[in-house]
Every structure is written in structure tokens, then in C-alpha cells.
Design a protein around this ligand. Structure first.
Ligand code: LFR
Length: 474
């Protein structure tokens, strides 16, 4: 194999980036060429993603990427899961809703009235999250909450597939992200057309499925002209968590992982789904991974609790220096309350410190006072939820876990890593920070022949290029 360059567009819920990767058999170098905030927009019609702005920022990043690397071999797109746009004749009918929009409650009720949750779980393997695509689509059909787009749409594209469509003109559904819709059969990996029929959702909406590592097509000529170069677009694990797990430098048989950004995705990688009553009751999900692996995990609320608190304090006129605040949180010596980070009340945007205080107050727990105490309480609570989810993942899968890997933005949070090690009682290996972009890049590089082999060999490339930092339990 030779060495070459590919670019990742990686959209997270709080920021997006374009990263250039140079990959060879024993080489992996990453360079961030663009980073931009992802700020959702709240209108009387609901909470939406500013998708046009995200696409524009991604194009600016790609222009820089082509300037630095005119021989860019390919581009891959990943983002958060479940959200989508409805289109008619290639035109988007409305801005994609944000999964934190509250219209979906009606969709949950409508869905479960037809297909009870236990049956849904047997078929799609997904933990209950009120915003799974199936519930959002059912909310679109609700007379009070729908806006009538569904009846006019001729296709639905998940967010990364939408960008891929704008770049190439090709309409596809990348399989790892499709697995988060609730409409994919967890055993066959194909669209569950019988389920669509039961729910009266039009099957024609759903594009053909493609696996990560498939070439989709070249950039449209007008896009290439604008970017000053051309390249193929390749399907990667377009669900950000799927790409992140590719880049966890782990021995999958004995490790649990925590992909920690806005969410904390805590689980293990399996060959086959676990669809037991116990897994369903523990709200563990079976999402489709790269190379047919299963991401058996639970969604923990994640750094959202922290970022949303910071947003509240800043809105109230305080100046927040995050590193200083984290240092102050690490020095808190008074006992702080551990709350249930998974409580659904924390899902929506709004005054987070107030909601945490209300939770503690209701249960007679000490209410945090200063921002440092709030942050300590948040991080203790996240570490506690992470530890519980690691234990549950091990029990439900029958695995013996020896090491816990933390990747993503949260791997830079020393307090979080140490407290997680303490609460799980196992060593934590932290990093890489940009696991998602690395996973995106490696799947493209493998298709291009810059690197080869199984996920295991890709992971050893990651471990060599980004040696993780170890935290022993104290
Ligand atoms: C993480 C993530 C999670 C998914 C959530 C909502 O960024 O993709 O895996 O459950 O966002 O889409």
C-alpha cells in the first residue's frame, strides 16, 4: 500500500470540523483544517439544526483541505444520529428538527399504540430514546404536531446522507446510521418493510442501504469547481458513534468504551445483538457498527449537562473560564450530591443548574451552591452513570471487562477520567480526542488501500499514533 490523504467532515452536536488525514501502513497524521460551532435555532415552529450553515462551513473546510492537499483521494461525512430531512424531487421541504425538540412525545404514543415497545425492541434492538427517527416520523403524521411534509416527501435522508447528497447528487442510506432510525431489522440489517407497513409509513421514503467503506461517487462538477478540486465521496460509519468506536484503541473482547462528547455512549462491541428482556429493561441498544459489529451500549446524558450549565451561567452574565472552573471543581472538598444523570428532565435545552438543583431538592440531597460545586456534582454523577453502564454492559453481554476506554472530548477531562476509574474500579485509558474523525478517516483510507486489515489492525494503528493516557483507580 501507499500513503495518501482523505478528509473527514465530522459534525457534532456542539461543533463541527473538517480534518485531513494522511494515512499509510504505519502512519496516521491528522490535521484540523476547519472547526465551527453548531448552534441550533429555536423558532415558534420548533428546535432545528442550522443545516445550511453547517454545510457552508463544511465546504469552507473542504476548500482549505484541497488547497493543502490537491490530491485528496476521498471525503467522508459523519454526524450525530437519528435526525433527517424530508425531500421532494431533491429539494428539502423544511429544516431538519433537532432531536431535543419536544414534538416527538406524540410520535412515541402513536407508535407504541400500534407496535408495543417490547415488540419494537425485538425487531430493531434499540433502547428507548424519545427521539428515535421512527417516533419523529410518526410525530410528523400527528395532526397537532405534524407540519404535513411527510405526505409530500419522496425521500428521507439522515443528516450525513443529506450532505453526501448535496456533494454528489447520490441518495443513499448509510447502514450504521440507518440502524438508529428504528426502521432497520436488527438481525438482517435491512429496512423492516413490514414495520413500515404497520405504521403506515411510506417505504419509498427510504433510500437503498450502503455499508461503510463503499464508494458513493465523485463530487458534483459545480461543487468541485467551488472547492477547487475533486475527490470521491465514500460512505464511512456515518453515525459518529460508529466511527468513534472504530478508533477506540481497545482489545474489544476485554474492554468497555465510553465515547464521550455531548453524549456519553457506554458499552461493548459484540458480534451479535443481545435482545433479552434484561437488555430491554436496562435500556441497552444494539446499533449497527462498521464491519457488521454491534454497538451494545447505553446513552448517558454526557457533557451536555456541563455545556448546557455553562450556557446558562453565561446567559446570566457570568464569565466562565472552563479550565479554571474544572480545576475549581477538582478542588471541591465538601461532599457533593450524585444525581441520576439519565433523568429525562435533563434532555431538553434550558436552565440546567436550576433543574439539577430541583432534582436534589426533591430528594433531600445537598443542593450545589457555586458553579464549581455544580460542576463537581455533574462530573461525579456522570462518572457514576458511566460506571453503572459499564457494569450492566458486562453483565448483559457476559463479558469480563478489564479496561475502560474513554474517547472523544470527554477524554480530555482529567477529573472525569479519574472519577470514572475510581467508580468502576478499573484502569481507564483516555484518548484519542478526535476518535470520530479518525474512524471516519481510517474507513476511507482502507477503501483507498492506504492501510489494510480488520478493525483490530486499524485499532493498532490508532494506538501507535495516539497512545492513550492511563488513569488507575484510587
Ligand atoms: C452522539 C449521538 C448518539 C446518538 C445521539 C443522538 O453524538 O450520535 O450516538 O444517540 O447523538 O443522535
Amino acid at each position: 500500500s501507499t500513503t495518501g490523504s482523505v478528509a473527514a467532515i465530522d459534525l457534532g452536536a456542539t461543533s463541527g470540523r473538517v480534518i485531513l488525514g494522511d494515512v499509510g501502513p504505519n502512519e496516521l497524521r491528522m490535521q484540523q483544517v476547519a472547526r465551527f460551532p453548531n448552534v441550533p435555532v429555536s423558532t415558534p415552529g420548533g428546535l432545528h439544526w442550522n443545516i445550511g450553515e453547517l454545510y457552508r462551513s463544511a465546504l469552507v473546510g473542504l476548500t482549505t483541505a484541497f488547497r493543502q492537499e490537491p490530491r485528496l483521494a476521498s471525503i467522508g461525512v459523519d454526524s450525530w444520529a437519528v435526525d433527517y430531512a424530508l425531500l421532494r424531487e431533491g429539494r428539502m421541504l423544511s429544516e431538519p428538527f433537532h432531536y431535543r425538540d419536544t414534538r416527538t412525545a406524540a410520535g412515541v404514543k402513536a407508535t407504541h399504540a400500534i407496535v408495543p415497545f417490547a415488540e419494537l425492541y425485538r425487531r430493531n434492538g434499540l433502547q428507548f430514546l424519545p427521539f428515535n427517527t421512527v417516533y419523529q416520523l410518526m410525530a410528523e403524521t400527528d395532526s397537532d404536531h405534524g407540519i404535513g411534509c411527510l405526505t409530500r416527501a419522496d425521500s428521507m435522508l439522515l443528516v450525513p446522507d443529506l450532505l453526501t447528497f448535496w456533494l454528489t447528487g447520490e441518495r443513499i442510506a448509510e447502514r450504521t446510521n440507518a440502524s438508529t432510525t428504528g426502521l432497520l431489522d436488527v438481525v438482517t440489517g435491512e429496512w423492516d418493510t413490514a414495520l413500515l407497513g404497520q405504521l403506515s409509513l411510506p417505504p419509498a421514503l427510504l433510500p437503498a442501504l450502503v455499508d461503510p467503506g463503499t464508494r458513493i461517487g465523485p463530487l458534483l462538477p459545480e461543487v468541485a469547481k467551488q472547492l477547487g478540486g475533486t475527490a470521491d465521496v465514500v460512505a464511512v460509519g456515518s453515525h459518529d458513534t460508529a466511527s468513534a468506536v472504530v478508533a477506540v484503541p481497545m482489545d474489544a473482547a476485554t474492554s468497555a468504551y465510553i465515547s464521550c462528547g455531548t453524549w456519553g455512549l457506554v458499552g461493548v462491541e459484540l458480534e451479535r445483538p443481545v435482545l433479552t428482556d434484561a437488555a430491554r429493561e436496562a435500556n441497552f441498544t444494539n446499533e449497527g457498527g462498521v464491519d457488521g459489529r454491534i454497538r451494545f451500549l447505553h446513552n448517558v446524558m454526557g457533557l451536555w449537562l456541563l455545556s448546557e450549565s455553562v450556557r446558562s451561567w453565561e446567559a446570566a452574565g457570568e464569565t466562565i473560564d472552563l479550565p479554571a472552573l474544572l480545576a475549581a471543581a477538582a478542588s471541591v472538598t465538601t461532599p457533593v450530591s450524585v444525581f441520576d444523570a439519565d433523568d429525562p428532565r435533563f434532555l431538553t435545552p434550558g436552565d440546567m443548574p436550576e433543574r439539577i438543583a430541583a432534582y436534589c431538592h426533591e430528594r433531600g440531597l445537598v443542593v450545589p451552591g457555586s458553579p464549581a460545586e455544580f460542576v463537581r456534582s455533574i462530573i461525579e454523577s456522570l462518572a457514576d452513570a458511566f460506571a453503572n453502564a459499564v457494569r450492566t454492559a458486562a453483565e448483559l453481554s457476559g463479558r469480563t471487562i478489564e479496561t475502560v476506554h474513554i474517547v472523544g472530548g470527554g477524554s480530555q477531562n482529567e477529573l472525569l477520567c479519574q472519577l470514572t476509574a475510581n467508580r468502576v474500579g478499573l484502569p481507564v485509558l483516555a484518548g484519542p480526542v478526535e476518535a470520530t474523525a479518525i474512524g471516519n478517516i481510517l474507513v476511507q483510507a482502507r477503501l483507498q488501500g492506504f492501510v489494510d486489515g480488520s478493525l483490530e489492525s486499524l485499532r493498532s494503528v490508532v494506538a501507535a499514533a495516539f497512545p492513550p493516557r492511563r488513569y488507575d483507580p484510587r
